[in-house]
Design a protein around this ligand. Sequence first.
Ligand code: C5P
Length: 289
Amino acid sequence: MGEIRERAYAKLNLSLDVISKLPDGYHELCMVMQSVAMHDELHIRLRDKSQIRLSVNLPFLPCDNRNIAAKAAKAFFEKTGFKGGCDIDIIKNIPVCAGMGGGSADGAAVLRGLNKLFGNPLSHKELLELSFTLGSDLPFCVCGGTALAKGKGEVLTALAPLPHCFIVICKPSFSVSTPVLFSKIDSRNIKYRPDTAGILNCIDKEDLSGICRRMYNVFEEVLPETPKDVSLIKRTLLDCGALGAVMTGTGSAVFGVFDEAEKAEKARLLLLKSYNEVFLTQPQGAISI
Ligand code: C5P
């Protein structure tokens, strides 16, 4: 029986725009996505019994069918028709309910890992299609790197890698419900939108400060009035010399991009005085499938 270790990289939204509400209640999005080196660690072992067993090192996370990693394994066995099951152990490093795609990254890593263990029965396209049945962020998490994501998040265009930089991420203690934040946004009344075309142009030109100046997330407009952590964290990151700072996904994590490690480390240490979950990481390139 085979086994494999797979990394589930966190994602950040360099930009997030909501274009329209779709008839099925979901939203049409336009996002520039970036994976970062910070990752959960997965250990997958195949077993004869057609059972999926999951363990996670955080006691408050479900280990049953509610966990997207278990759902992904079930979907893989159903789709391929392979007999048997697997044990999956997950060590979580990505903050939970942060807008960093932690659950999606775990699900995507299970699909990549199982596909490798069985000798790639699913093509790249099939793997992406299967991943999308499990959640809108999964297709990007399967591929990683830097990408433009459209549709519900599944229409991906790979982009040139982000220029060398340092990223400080801070997750305040409050969390925001993704469906609630989506329900608060009216795509027809969004005051400011990210300059996505400008970001793409700057990525092409390897212009890091141009990218960072244009980072924007429309969900920041519909955050609850209090707590004010998102704007406070952004202010701290910018005061420490970040080229740009923005909330990722539906939050509540906020990140700042720095061109110098020293400035990033100073920001990390300063934020650690007020917040428990503060990390320094770097962009991660696309994952080979
Ligand atoms: O696809 P996923 O299950 O990750 O989406 C979680 C929630 O986010 C959905 O229930 C929906 O409220 C919202 N969503 C949306 N439009 C998208 C993606 C997510 O409205 N394109």
